[in-house]
Design a protein around this ligand. Structure first.
Ligand SMILES: NC(=O)C1=CN([C@@H]2O[C@H](COP(=O)(O)OP(=O)(O)OC[C@H]3O[C@@H](n4cnc5c(N)ncnc54)[C@H](O)[C@@H]3O)[C@@H](O)[C@H]2O)[C@@H](O)CC1
Ligand SMILES: [K+]
Length: 539
Protein backbone atom coordinates (compact mmCIF):
# COMPACT_ATOMS: atom_id res chain seq x y z
CA UNK A 1 0.00 0.00 0.00
CA UNK A 2 1.36 3.39 -0.91
CA UNK A 3 -1.35 5.26 0.95
CA UNK A 4 -0.62 6.79 4.31
CA UNK A 5 -3.72 7.48 6.36
CA UNK A 6 -4.54 9.94 9.08
CA UNK A 7 -6.32 8.65 12.16
CA UNK A 8 -9.60 10.19 10.98
CA UNK A 9 -9.29 8.51 7.57
CA UNK A 10 -8.63 5.16 9.22
CA UNK A 11 -11.71 5.60 11.41
CA UNK A 12 -13.80 6.41 8.32
CA UNK A 13 -12.64 3.22 6.62
CA UNK A 14 -13.34 1.09 9.71
CA UNK A 15 -16.74 2.63 10.25
CA UNK A 16 -17.69 2.17 6.58
CA UNK A 17 -16.71 -1.51 6.77
CA UNK A 18 -18.73 -2.02 9.95
CA UNK A 19 -21.71 -0.08 8.56
CA UNK A 20 -21.68 -2.21 5.39
CA UNK A 21 -22.45 -5.21 7.59
CA UNK A 22 -19.58 -7.22 6.08
CA UNK A 23 -17.63 -7.23 9.32
CA UNK A 24 -18.14 -6.33 12.96
CA UNK A 25 -15.88 -4.18 15.12
CA UNK A 26 -15.24 -7.24 17.25
CA UNK A 27 -14.02 -9.23 14.25
CA UNK A 28 -11.72 -6.39 13.23
CA UNK A 29 -10.32 -6.29 16.76
CA UNK A 30 -9.73 -10.06 16.76
CA UNK A 31 -7.88 -9.81 13.41
CA UNK A 32 -5.84 -6.87 14.72
CA UNK A 33 -4.78 -8.89 17.79
CA UNK A 34 -4.00 -11.93 15.63
CA UNK A 35 -1.97 -9.71 13.31
CA UNK A 36 0.18 -8.51 16.19
CA UNK A 37 0.83 -12.03 17.46
CA UNK A 38 1.72 -13.19 13.93
CA UNK A 39 4.09 -10.25 13.48
CA UNK A 40 5.80 -11.03 16.79
CA UNK A 41 6.55 -14.61 15.72
CA UNK A 42 7.65 -13.48 12.26
CA UNK A 43 10.05 -11.01 13.87
CA UNK A 44 11.34 -13.38 16.57
CA UNK A 45 10.73 -16.96 15.35
CA UNK A 46 12.53 -18.31 18.43
CA UNK A 47 9.61 -17.07 20.57
CA UNK A 48 7.26 -19.44 18.72
CA UNK A 49 9.27 -22.49 19.82
CA UNK A 50 8.23 -22.45 23.47
CA UNK A 51 6.19 -20.50 26.01
CA UNK A 52 7.43 -17.19 27.36
CA UNK A 53 6.39 -14.30 29.56
CA UNK A 54 4.63 -11.20 28.26
CA UNK A 55 3.46 -7.96 29.81
CA UNK A 56 0.51 -6.28 28.08
CA UNK A 57 -0.30 -2.65 28.85
CA UNK A 58 -3.90 -1.87 27.88
CA UNK A 59 -5.44 1.58 27.56
CA UNK A 60 -9.02 2.84 27.94
CA UNK A 61 -10.04 2.55 24.26
CA UNK A 62 -10.03 0.04 21.41
CA UNK A 63 -6.24 -0.01 21.31
CA UNK A 64 -6.55 -1.53 24.79
CA UNK A 65 -9.13 -3.94 23.33
CA UNK A 66 -6.48 -5.19 20.88
CA UNK A 67 -4.24 -5.69 23.91
CA UNK A 68 -6.75 -8.01 25.59
CA UNK A 69 -6.99 -10.09 22.39
CA UNK A 70 -3.20 -10.36 22.23
CA UNK A 71 -3.04 -11.40 25.89
CA UNK A 72 -5.65 -14.12 25.31
CA UNK A 73 -3.96 -15.46 22.18
CA UNK A 74 -0.56 -15.62 23.87
CA UNK A 75 -2.02 -17.36 26.91
CA UNK A 76 -3.64 -19.92 24.59
CA UNK A 77 -0.10 -20.73 23.47
CA UNK A 78 0.91 -21.37 27.07
CA UNK A 79 2.50 -18.01 27.75
CA UNK A 80 2.44 -16.38 31.21
CA UNK A 81 0.82 -12.99 30.63
CA UNK A 82 0.51 -10.05 33.02
CA UNK A 83 -2.08 -7.48 31.93
CA UNK A 84 -2.21 -3.90 33.20
CA UNK A 85 -5.21 -1.72 32.48
CA UNK A 86 -4.90 2.05 32.49
CA UNK A 87 -8.51 3.11 32.91
CA UNK A 88 -11.84 2.00 34.27
CA UNK A 89 -13.15 -1.34 32.90
CA UNK A 90 -16.72 -0.07 33.23
CA UNK A 91 -15.94 2.72 30.76
CA UNK A 92 -14.28 0.59 28.08
CA UNK A 93 -15.89 0.90 24.63
CA UNK A 94 -18.10 -2.13 23.79
CA UNK A 95 -15.64 -4.25 21.75
CA UNK A 96 -12.78 -3.64 24.16
CA UNK A 97 -15.08 -4.52 27.05
CA UNK A 98 -16.02 -7.84 25.44
CA UNK A 99 -12.33 -8.70 25.14
CA UNK A 100 -11.63 -7.55 28.69
CA UNK A 101 -14.37 -9.91 29.84
CA UNK A 102 -13.09 -12.77 27.68
CA UNK A 103 -9.67 -12.34 29.24
CA UNK A 104 -11.22 -12.43 32.73
CA UNK A 105 -13.50 -15.37 31.88
CA UNK A 106 -10.42 -17.38 30.91
CA UNK A 107 -8.98 -16.79 34.36
CA UNK A 108 -6.84 -13.80 33.40
CA UNK A 109 -6.02 -11.23 36.06
CA UNK A 110 -5.91 -7.50 35.37
CA UNK A 111 -3.63 -5.22 37.40
CA UNK A 112 -5.38 -1.91 37.74
CA UNK A 113 -3.47 -0.03 40.38
CA UNK A 114 -1.64 1.80 37.65
CA UNK A 115 -0.54 4.85 39.63
CA UNK A 116 1.51 2.69 41.90
CA UNK A 117 2.95 0.31 39.36
CA UNK A 118 6.38 1.67 39.93
CA UNK A 119 6.03 0.93 43.62
CA UNK A 120 4.85 -2.57 42.80
CA UNK A 121 6.15 -5.53 44.69
CA UNK A 122 9.62 -6.57 43.79
CA UNK A 123 8.39 -9.85 42.30
CA UNK A 124 6.04 -8.12 39.94
CA UNK A 125 8.64 -5.62 38.84
CA UNK A 126 11.09 -8.37 38.15
CA UNK A 127 8.40 -10.05 36.07
CA UNK A 128 7.90 -6.89 34.06
CA UNK A 129 11.60 -6.46 33.52
CA UNK A 130 12.04 -10.12 32.66
CA UNK A 131 9.27 -10.40 30.06
CA UNK A 132 10.18 -11.68 26.59
CA UNK A 133 7.90 -9.07 25.06
CA UNK A 134 6.01 -6.08 26.38
CA UNK A 135 2.98 -4.97 24.42
CA UNK A 136 2.03 -1.30 24.29
CA UNK A 137 -1.74 -1.27 23.72
CA UNK A 138 -2.31 1.96 25.64
CA UNK A 139 -3.31 4.41 22.89
CA UNK A 140 -3.49 4.23 19.13
CA UNK A 141 -5.30 6.44 16.68
CA UNK A 142 -7.49 7.85 19.47
CA UNK A 143 -4.69 9.71 21.26
CA UNK A 144 -5.92 13.23 21.90
CA UNK A 145 -3.63 14.56 24.62
CA UNK A 146 -0.17 14.04 26.13
CA UNK A 147 0.55 11.03 28.32
CA UNK A 148 1.29 13.34 31.27
CA UNK A 149 2.32 11.63 34.50
CA UNK A 150 1.71 8.20 32.96
CA UNK A 151 4.97 8.57 31.09
CA UNK A 152 6.97 9.11 34.29
CA UNK A 153 5.26 6.16 35.93
CA UNK A 154 6.20 3.91 33.05
CA UNK A 155 9.74 5.23 33.05
CA UNK A 156 10.14 4.30 36.72
CA UNK A 157 8.17 1.06 36.48
CA UNK A 158 10.47 -0.26 33.80
CA UNK A 159 13.60 1.25 35.30
CA UNK A 160 14.33 2.93 31.99
CA UNK A 161 17.37 4.79 33.24
CA UNK A 162 19.13 1.46 32.80
CA UNK A 163 18.05 0.97 29.17
CA UNK A 164 14.93 0.66 26.98
CA UNK A 165 12.14 -1.88 27.41
CA UNK A 166 13.19 -5.22 25.94
CA UNK A 167 11.25 -6.07 22.75
CA UNK A 168 8.56 -3.45 23.11
CA UNK A 169 5.79 -4.21 20.62
CA UNK A 170 3.53 -1.32 19.86
CA UNK A 171 -0.02 -1.86 18.72
CA UNK A 172 -0.84 0.47 15.80
CA UNK A 173 1.18 3.43 17.11
CA UNK A 174 3.61 3.91 19.97
CA UNK A 175 1.50 5.49 22.70
CA UNK A 176 2.11 9.22 22.92
CA UNK A 177 2.91 9.50 19.22
CA UNK A 178 0.42 11.45 17.15
CA UNK A 179 -0.66 9.32 14.20
CA UNK A 180 -1.06 12.30 11.88
CA UNK A 181 2.16 14.18 12.54
CA UNK A 182 4.68 11.74 14.01
CA UNK A 183 5.14 14.13 16.90
CA UNK A 184 5.21 13.23 20.59
CA UNK A 185 2.38 15.10 22.25
CA UNK A 186 3.64 17.26 25.11
CA UNK A 187 7.04 15.59 25.05
CA UNK A 188 9.11 17.21 22.31
CA UNK A 189 11.49 18.84 24.79
CA UNK A 190 12.00 15.57 26.61
CA UNK A 191 12.53 13.77 23.29
CA UNK A 192 15.15 16.25 22.09
CA UNK A 193 17.03 16.07 25.42
CA UNK A 194 16.87 12.28 25.35
CA UNK A 195 18.16 12.09 21.81
CA UNK A 196 21.07 14.33 22.79
CA UNK A 197 21.85 11.92 25.63
CA UNK A 198 21.58 8.98 23.24
CA UNK A 199 18.59 7.43 25.02
CA UNK A 200 15.10 6.68 23.69
CA UNK A 201 12.89 9.74 23.08
CA UNK A 202 10.12 8.22 25.18
CA UNK A 203 9.49 5.32 27.52
CA UNK A 204 7.40 3.78 24.76
CA UNK A 205 9.90 3.87 21.89
CA UNK A 206 9.10 0.53 20.30
CA UNK A 207 11.22 -2.22 18.80
CA UNK A 208 8.36 -3.30 16.55
CA UNK A 209 5.15 -1.49 15.63
CA UNK A 210 2.31 -3.46 14.11
CA UNK A 211 -0.28 -1.37 12.33
CA UNK A 212 -3.43 -2.31 10.46
CA UNK A 213 -4.60 -1.94 6.85
CA UNK A 214 -2.22 0.94 5.92
CA UNK A 215 0.62 2.78 7.56
CA UNK A 216 -0.39 6.05 9.19
CA UNK A 217 1.22 9.38 8.24
CA UNK A 218 2.79 9.58 11.71
CA UNK A 219 4.79 6.40 11.15
CA UNK A 220 7.06 8.17 8.68
CA UNK A 221 7.13 11.82 9.75
CA UNK A 222 9.18 13.56 12.45
CA UNK A 223 9.82 11.27 15.46
CA UNK A 224 7.69 8.48 13.97
CA UNK A 225 10.57 6.34 12.68
CA UNK A 226 12.64 6.58 15.87
CA UNK A 227 9.55 5.80 17.99
CA UNK A 228 8.28 2.89 15.90
CA UNK A 229 11.51 0.91 15.49
CA UNK A 230 10.19 -1.14 12.60
CA UNK A 231 6.69 -0.99 11.15
CA UNK A 232 4.81 -4.05 9.96
CA UNK A 233 1.38 -3.62 8.36
CA UNK A 234 -1.20 -6.36 8.81
CA UNK A 235 -4.27 -6.79 6.68
CA UNK A 236 -7.47 -6.92 8.74
CA UNK A 237 -9.78 -7.35 5.76
CA UNK A 238 -10.49 -3.71 4.95
CA UNK A 239 -8.96 -3.77 1.47
CA UNK A 240 -12.00 -2.63 -0.46
CA UNK A 241 -12.63 0.47 1.63
CA UNK A 242 -14.03 3.77 0.36
CA UNK A 243 -11.82 6.06 -1.76
CA UNK A 244 -10.80 8.98 0.38
CA UNK A 245 -9.87 12.47 -0.80
CA UNK A 246 -6.56 14.12 0.17
CA UNK A 247 -4.75 10.93 0.94
CA UNK A 248 -0.99 11.27 1.31
CA UNK A 249 1.09 8.72 -0.56
CA UNK A 250 4.51 7.38 0.25
CA UNK A 251 6.64 7.15 -2.83
CA UNK A 252 6.97 3.57 -3.97
CA UNK A 253 9.47 2.14 -6.42
CA UNK A 254 6.85 2.37 -9.13
CA UNK A 255 6.68 6.16 -8.86
CA UNK A 256 9.43 6.50 -11.44
CA UNK A 257 7.43 4.50 -13.97
CA UNK A 258 4.03 6.02 -13.49
CA UNK A 259 4.62 8.97 -15.74
CA UNK A 260 2.18 11.23 -17.50
CA UNK A 261 5.08 12.79 -19.41
CA UNK A 262 4.35 13.44 -23.07
CA UNK A 263 7.56 11.89 -24.37
CA UNK A 264 8.18 8.85 -22.29
CA UNK A 265 6.24 6.13 -20.56
CA UNK A 266 8.88 5.70 -17.89
CA UNK A 267 12.24 6.83 -16.68
CA UNK A 268 13.84 4.94 -19.57
CA UNK A 269 13.97 6.96 -22.77
CA UNK A 270 11.68 6.00 -25.61
CA UNK A 271 12.50 6.88 -29.17
CA UNK A 272 13.44 10.38 -30.30
CA UNK A 273 16.39 12.71 -30.74
CA UNK A 274 18.05 14.84 -28.10
CA UNK A 275 15.57 17.72 -28.37
CA UNK A 276 12.74 15.27 -27.78
CA UNK A 277 14.11 14.93 -24.26
CA UNK A 278 14.27 18.63 -23.56
CA UNK A 279 16.94 21.23 -22.98
CA UNK A 280 17.66 22.35 -19.41
CA UNK A 281 19.32 25.65 -18.55
CA UNK A 282 21.09 25.78 -15.22
CA UNK A 283 22.20 29.22 -14.11
CA UNK A 284 25.69 29.30 -12.64
CA UNK A 285 27.14 31.43 -9.83
CA UNK A 286 30.19 33.64 -10.04
CA UNK A 287 33.78 32.44 -10.17
CA UNK A 288 34.62 30.21 -7.21
CA UNK A 289 30.93 29.38 -6.72
CA UNK A 290 30.24 27.45 -9.91
CA UNK A 291 30.50 23.93 -8.45
CA UNK A 292 26.90 23.87 -7.25
CA UNK A 293 25.47 24.64 -10.70
CA UNK A 294 27.82 22.13 -12.32
CA UNK A 295 26.56 19.45 -9.94
CA UNK A 296 22.97 20.33 -10.82
CA UNK A 297 23.79 20.29 -14.54
CA UNK A 298 25.45 16.89 -14.34
CA UNK A 299 22.39 15.52 -12.51
CA UNK A 300 20.02 16.99 -15.11
CA UNK A 301 21.98 15.33 -17.90
CA UNK A 302 22.24 11.96 -16.14
CA UNK A 303 18.51 11.90 -15.40
CA UNK A 304 17.90 12.12 -19.10
CA UNK A 305 17.53 15.72 -20.29
CA UNK A 306 18.53 15.72 -23.98
CA UNK A 307 20.76 18.76 -23.58
CA UNK A 308 21.98 20.77 -20.61
CA UNK A 309 23.47 24.24 -20.77
CA UNK A 310 25.13 26.16 -17.98
CA UNK A 311 24.26 29.87 -18.13
CA UNK A 312 27.58 31.23 -16.92
CA UNK A 313 28.69 34.80 -16.08
CA UNK A 314 31.57 36.06 -18.26
CA UNK A 315 34.14 36.08 -15.45
CA UNK A 316 33.48 32.38 -14.65
CA UNK A 317 33.58 31.06 -18.21
CA UNK A 318 37.17 29.76 -17.99
CA UNK A 319 36.52 28.07 -14.66
CA UNK A 320 33.36 26.38 -15.89
CA UNK A 321 34.49 25.42 -19.38
CA UNK A 322 37.61 23.75 -17.95
CA UNK A 323 35.35 21.33 -16.08
CA UNK A 324 32.60 20.35 -18.49
CA UNK A 325 32.40 18.19 -21.58
CA UNK A 326 28.92 17.02 -22.61
CA UNK A 327 27.35 19.98 -20.82
CA UNK A 328 27.23 23.14 -22.91
CA UNK A 329 27.91 26.69 -21.85
CA UNK A 330 26.39 29.99 -22.76
CA UNK A 331 27.43 33.34 -21.35
CA UNK A 332 24.75 35.01 -19.28
CA UNK A 333 26.01 38.09 -17.53
CA UNK A 334 22.83 40.02 -16.96
CA UNK A 335 19.11 39.34 -16.61
CA UNK A 336 18.39 40.88 -20.02
CA UNK A 337 20.75 38.40 -21.63
CA UNK A 338 18.88 35.57 -19.96
CA UNK A 339 15.64 36.86 -21.49
CA UNK A 340 17.33 36.91 -24.90
CA UNK A 341 18.71 33.36 -24.45
CA UNK A 342 15.25 32.17 -23.50
CA UNK A 343 13.80 33.36 -26.78
CA UNK A 344 14.94 29.89 -27.88
CA UNK A 345 11.81 27.98 -26.89
CA UNK A 346 13.67 24.68 -26.96
CA UNK A 347 15.15 25.67 -23.58
CA UNK A 348 12.21 24.27 -21.68
CA UNK A 349 13.39 23.98 -18.07
CA UNK A 350 15.36 26.29 -15.83
CA UNK A 351 17.16 26.07 -12.51
CA UNK A 352 18.25 29.05 -10.45
CA UNK A 353 19.76 29.14 -7.00
CA UNK A 354 22.66 26.75 -6.39
CA UNK A 355 25.75 28.89 -5.63
CA UNK A 356 24.09 31.80 -7.41
CA UNK A 357 24.34 34.56 -4.77
CA UNK A 358 21.28 36.03 -3.10
CA UNK A 359 21.62 39.53 -4.50
CA UNK A 360 22.17 38.29 -8.08
CA UNK A 361 19.22 35.94 -7.66
CA UNK A 362 17.07 38.93 -6.68
CA UNK A 363 18.04 40.66 -9.94
CA UNK A 364 17.45 37.60 -12.13
CA UNK A 365 14.28 36.35 -10.48
CA UNK A 366 11.74 38.62 -12.28
CA UNK A 367 13.21 37.62 -15.66
CA UNK A 368 13.32 33.93 -14.73
CA UNK A 369 9.68 33.94 -13.66
CA UNK A 370 8.49 36.06 -16.58
CA UNK A 371 9.87 33.38 -18.93
CA UNK A 372 7.17 30.99 -17.61
CA UNK A 373 9.37 27.94 -18.08
CA UNK A 374 9.31 24.89 -15.87
CA UNK A 375 11.53 26.32 -13.13
CA UNK A 376 13.29 25.05 -10.03
CA UNK A 377 13.98 27.68 -7.39
CA UNK A 378 16.58 26.41 -4.94
CA UNK A 379 19.05 27.74 -2.36
CA UNK A 380 19.93 31.45 -2.98
CA UNK A 381 16.88 31.88 -5.23
CA UNK A 382 14.69 30.94 -2.26
CA UNK A 383 16.44 33.48 -0.05
CA UNK A 384 15.93 36.11 -2.77
CA UNK A 385 12.29 35.12 -3.11
CA UNK A 386 11.78 35.52 0.65
CA UNK A 387 13.20 39.06 0.41
CA UNK A 388 11.46 40.08 -2.82
CA UNK A 389 8.85 42.80 -2.74
CA UNK A 390 6.44 41.00 -4.99
CA UNK A 391 6.63 37.83 -2.90
CA UNK A 392 4.92 34.87 -4.46
CA UNK A 393 2.86 36.89 -6.95
CA UNK A 394 5.08 36.02 -9.94
CA UNK A 395 5.39 32.32 -9.20
CA UNK A 396 3.46 30.08 -11.57
CA UNK A 397 2.25 26.49 -11.51
CA UNK A 398 5.34 25.22 -13.35
CA UNK A 399 7.64 26.28 -10.52
CA UNK A 400 9.08 23.97 -7.88
CA UNK A 401 10.45 25.39 -4.61
CA UNK A 402 12.89 23.11 -2.77
CA UNK A 403 13.41 24.55 0.73
CA UNK A 404 15.15 22.87 3.64
CA UNK A 405 13.84 23.73 7.11
CA UNK A 406 15.79 27.02 7.38
CA UNK A 407 14.71 28.20 3.93
CA UNK A 408 11.13 27.14 4.61
CA UNK A 409 11.15 29.33 7.72
CA UNK A 410 12.32 32.36 5.72
CA UNK A 411 9.72 31.82 3.02
CA UNK A 412 6.77 30.90 5.24
CA UNK A 413 7.58 32.25 8.73
CA UNK A 414 4.06 31.94 10.12
CA UNK A 415 3.61 28.37 8.85
CA UNK A 416 7.04 27.39 10.22
CA UNK A 417 6.14 28.94 13.59
CA UNK A 418 2.95 26.87 13.71
CA UNK A 419 4.97 23.75 12.97
CA UNK A 420 7.55 24.62 15.62
CA UNK A 421 4.94 25.04 18.36
CA UNK A 422 5.16 22.14 20.83
CA UNK A 423 2.09 19.97 20.16
CA UNK A 424 -0.24 19.66 23.12
CA UNK A 425 -3.22 17.92 21.58
CA UNK A 426 -3.87 15.43 18.83
CA UNK A 427 -4.04 15.46 15.91
CA UNK A 428 -1.08 17.84 15.87
CA UNK A 429 -0.08 20.16 13.01
CA UNK A 430 2.28 18.19 10.78
CA UNK A 431 4.92 18.69 8.12
CA UNK A 432 2.28 17.50 5.63
CA UNK A 433 -0.13 20.24 6.80
CA UNK A 434 2.66 22.82 6.62
CA UNK A 435 3.82 21.86 3.13
CA UNK A 436 0.26 21.74 1.81
CA UNK A 437 -0.41 25.20 3.22
CA UNK A 438 2.85 26.51 1.73
CA UNK A 439 2.09 25.08 -1.73
CA UNK A 440 -1.33 26.66 -1.70
CA UNK A 441 0.08 30.03 -0.74
CA UNK A 442 2.96 29.89 -3.24
CA UNK A 443 0.69 28.59 -6.02
CA UNK A 444 3.24 25.97 -7.03
CA UNK A 445 4.83 22.69 -5.97
CA UNK A 446 6.83 22.81 -2.75
CA UNK A 447 9.35 20.11 -1.84
CA UNK A 448 10.15 20.47 1.87
CA UNK A 449 13.41 18.58 2.40
CA UNK A 450 14.45 16.28 5.22
CA UNK A 451 14.66 12.56 5.94
CA UNK A 452 10.88 12.90 5.63
CA UNK A 453 10.74 14.98 2.46
CA UNK A 454 7.19 16.19 1.81
CA UNK A 455 6.07 17.26 -1.66
CA UNK A 456 2.81 19.18 -2.02
CA UNK A 457 1.05 21.00 -4.83
CA UNK A 458 -1.71 23.61 -4.75
CA UNK A 459 -4.32 21.06 -5.88
CA UNK A 460 -3.83 19.20 -2.58
CA UNK A 461 -1.74 16.36 -4.00
CA UNK A 462 0.83 15.36 -1.41
CA UNK A 463 3.48 12.69 -1.14
CA UNK A 464 6.27 11.78 1.22
CA UNK A 465 9.66 10.49 0.22
CA UNK A 466 10.76 8.86 3.43
CA UNK A 467 14.47 8.11 3.72
CA UNK A 468 13.83 6.22 6.92
CA UNK A 469 13.59 2.61 8.09
CA UNK A 470 14.97 0.33 5.37
CA UNK A 471 15.46 3.35 3.06
CA UNK A 472 17.58 5.38 5.49
CA UNK A 473 20.36 7.19 3.66
CA UNK A 474 22.27 9.24 6.24
CA UNK A 475 25.09 9.78 3.71
CA UNK A 476 22.83 12.18 1.83
CA UNK A 477 23.59 14.84 4.43
CA UNK A 478 26.62 16.00 2.47
CA UNK A 479 27.61 19.27 0.78
CA UNK A 480 26.10 19.68 -2.66
CA UNK A 481 23.47 16.96 -2.32
CA UNK A 482 20.69 19.57 -2.54
CA UNK A 483 22.20 20.97 -5.77
CA UNK A 484 21.99 17.50 -7.29
CA UNK A 485 18.34 17.22 -6.27
CA UNK A 486 17.57 20.58 -7.92
CA UNK A 487 19.30 19.35 -11.08
CA UNK A 488 17.35 16.10 -11.09
CA UNK A 489 14.03 17.94 -10.88
CA UNK A 490 15.08 20.34 -13.65
CA UNK A 491 16.23 17.48 -15.88
CA UNK A 492 12.98 15.61 -15.42
CA UNK A 493 10.91 18.72 -16.13
CA UNK A 494 12.97 19.25 -19.30
CA UNK A 495 11.88 15.73 -20.26
CA UNK A 496 8.27 16.75 -19.85
CA UNK A 497 7.48 15.48 -16.36
CA UNK A 498 4.87 17.63 -14.63
CA UNK A 499 6.29 19.58 -11.64
CA UNK A 500 4.84 17.43 -8.86
CA UNK A 501 5.83 14.21 -10.56
CA UNK A 502 9.31 15.52 -11.38
CA UNK A 503 9.81 16.45 -7.72
CA UNK A 504 8.59 13.04 -6.56
CA UNK A 505 10.72 11.10 -9.02
CA UNK A 506 13.81 13.19 -8.33
CA UNK A 507 13.46 12.83 -4.56
CA UNK A 508 13.03 9.07 -4.90
CA UNK A 509 16.02 8.67 -7.25
CA UNK A 510 18.16 10.91 -5.03
CA UNK A 511 17.71 8.56 -2.06
CA UNK A 512 18.06 5.46 -4.24
CA UNK A 513 21.37 6.71 -5.67
CA UNK A 514 22.66 7.42 -2.17
CA UNK A 515 21.64 3.97 -0.97
CA UNK A 516 23.15 2.31 -4.00
CA UNK A 517 26.49 4.08 -3.44
CA UNK A 518 26.54 3.74 0.34
CA UNK A 519 28.85 5.26 2.95
CA UNK A 520 31.59 7.54 1.73
CA UNK A 521 29.21 9.20 -0.71
CA UNK A 522 29.92 12.75 -1.83
CA UNK A 523 27.59 14.82 -3.99
CA UNK A 524 29.61 14.17 -7.16
CA UNK A 525 28.84 10.46 -6.81
CA UNK A 526 25.07 10.90 -6.96
CA UNK A 527 24.62 11.61 -10.69
CA UNK A 528 27.24 8.96 -11.53
CA UNK A 529 25.31 6.35 -9.57
CA UNK A 530 22.08 6.91 -11.51
CA UNK A 531 22.82 4.50 -14.39
CA UNK A 532 23.18 1.70 -11.82
CA UNK A 533 19.87 2.66 -10.22
CA UNK A 534 18.16 2.71 -13.63
CA UNK A 535 19.59 -0.69 -14.51
CA UNK A 536 18.34 -2.10 -11.21
CA UNK A 537 14.90 -0.74 -12.05
CA UNK A 538 15.00 -2.51 -15.39
CA UNK A 539 14.76 0.82 -17.20
N1 LIG B 1 -13.24 -1.24 15.52
C1 LIG B 1 -12.25 -0.42 15.37
O1 LIG B 1 -12.47 0.76 15.22
C2 LIG B 1 -10.88 -0.97 15.45
C3 LIG B 1 -9.92 -0.33 16.20
N2 LIG B 1 -8.71 -0.84 16.36
C4 LIG B 1 -7.82 -0.31 17.41
O2 LIG B 1 -8.43 0.77 18.07
C5 LIG B 1 -7.57 1.88 18.11
C6 LIG B 1 -8.38 3.11 18.13
O3 LIG B 1 -9.26 3.00 19.20
P1 LIG B 1 -9.92 4.26 19.92
O4 LIG B 1 -10.51 5.14 18.90
O5 LIG B 1 -10.80 3.72 20.98
O6 LIG B 1 -8.69 5.04 20.50
P2 LIG B 1 -7.54 4.64 21.51
O7 LIG B 1 -7.69 3.28 22.02
O8 LIG B 1 -6.28 5.00 20.84
O9 LIG B 1 -7.73 5.67 22.74
C7 LIG B 1 -8.92 6.34 22.96
C8 LIG B 1 -9.19 6.53 24.41
O10 LIG B 1 -8.11 7.08 25.11
C9 LIG B 1 -8.47 8.33 25.71
N3 LIG B 1 -7.25 9.16 25.62
C10 LIG B 1 -6.70 9.70 24.52
N4 LIG B 1 -5.53 10.28 24.85
C11 LIG B 1 -5.34 10.07 26.18
C12 LIG B 1 -4.32 10.40 27.09
N5 LIG B 1 -3.23 11.05 26.70
N6 LIG B 1 -4.44 10.03 28.36
C13 LIG B 1 -5.53 9.36 28.78
N7 LIG B 1 -6.54 9.01 27.97
C14 LIG B 1 -6.44 9.36 26.68
C15 LIG B 1 -9.65 8.81 24.93
O11 LIG B 1 -10.41 9.67 25.68
C16 LIG B 1 -10.33 7.48 24.63
O12 LIG B 1 -11.04 7.05 25.76
C17 LIG B 1 -6.66 1.73 16.93
O13 LIG B 1 -5.43 2.39 17.12
C18 LIG B 1 -6.52 0.22 16.85
O14 LIG B 1 -5.47 -0.22 17.70
C19 LIG B 1 -8.43 -2.20 15.90
O15 LIG B 1 -8.92 -3.05 16.86
C20 LIG B 1 -9.11 -2.47 14.61
C21 LIG B 1 -10.57 -2.23 14.72
K1 LIG C 1 -0.12 1.65 21.16
Amino acid sequence: MTELLTSAQMRTIEQAAIASGKVTGLELMERAGQGVVEAVFEEWPELAQSSHKAVVLCGPGNNGGDGFVIARLLRQRGWAVEVFLYGDPAKLPPDAKVNYERWGAGGGHVHRDWETIYKAEQALRLHMLGASITVDALFGTGLTRPLGTLHNELWHAFDLDTGPIHRLVSVDLPSGLCGDSGRLLGMEKFAVQSEAKGVAPSALAATLTVTFHCRKVGHVLAQGPIMCGKVVTKDIGLSSGPKLPSVVTILPKGCVFDVQAPFSGCIAKGTGHKYTHGHALILSGLSGKTGAARLAARAALRVGAGLVTLGTPHEAVTEVSAQITAIMLTEIDAPEILTRVLSDKRLNALCIGPGFGVERAGEFLPHVLAAKRATVLDADALAALAESETGFADLHENCVLTPHAGEFKRLFPDIAAKLAEPPTKGPAYSKVDATREAAKRAGCTVLFKGPDTVIASPNGRCSINAAVYERAAPWLATAGSGDVLAGLITGLMARGFAPHHAAETAAWLHVEAARSFGPGLIAEDLPEELPKVFRALGA
